[in-house]
Design a protein around this ligand. Sequence first.
Ligand SMILES: [Zn+2]
Length: 168
Amino acid sequence: MSKKIFIPIILSICYCCNSQKKTINKPSNIIEKTQFKIEKSEEQWKKDLTAMEFYILRQAGTERAFSGKYDKHFKPGLYVCSACDNPLYDSKFKYDSKSGWPSFDRGINNNIILDIDYNLGYPRTELKCKSCGGHLGHLFNDGPKNTTGNRHCVNSVALKFIPKKNEL
Ligand SMILES: [Zn+2]
């Protein structure tokens, strides 16, 4: 084989290698930035929420254990998002986890989304309101074994309780 023929073959092989598109598989736990039904600027949220609500819902803060108003609250009704009134938890899903935070073994279908946060240096499953993106708390797998096995550990500040009509 003469050099004249050999070189174009080498070049065309290299060209093929480079032109092949590399497909990068995204890790499945990375969630795309979601568009929420209720979108506000952080400045607007600051105006609409109390300082504590802003800290929990918008800055993913955590209220002190045993300090929340719904920790030992077991009346029948509905817990909605304190920022946007999206129904999040039915009182029948609530149980006493003795963790110091309101705990539910499940949420209301499709009204809560899961995200991953690394705020403590390791991944935790974060619970967010699907409607406004507000931070609710975290999901753990040490819930009641006789039901879902899940524990939705939620800040009272992120919730607003609506009693059942006959309880008003
Ligand atoms: Zn909300």
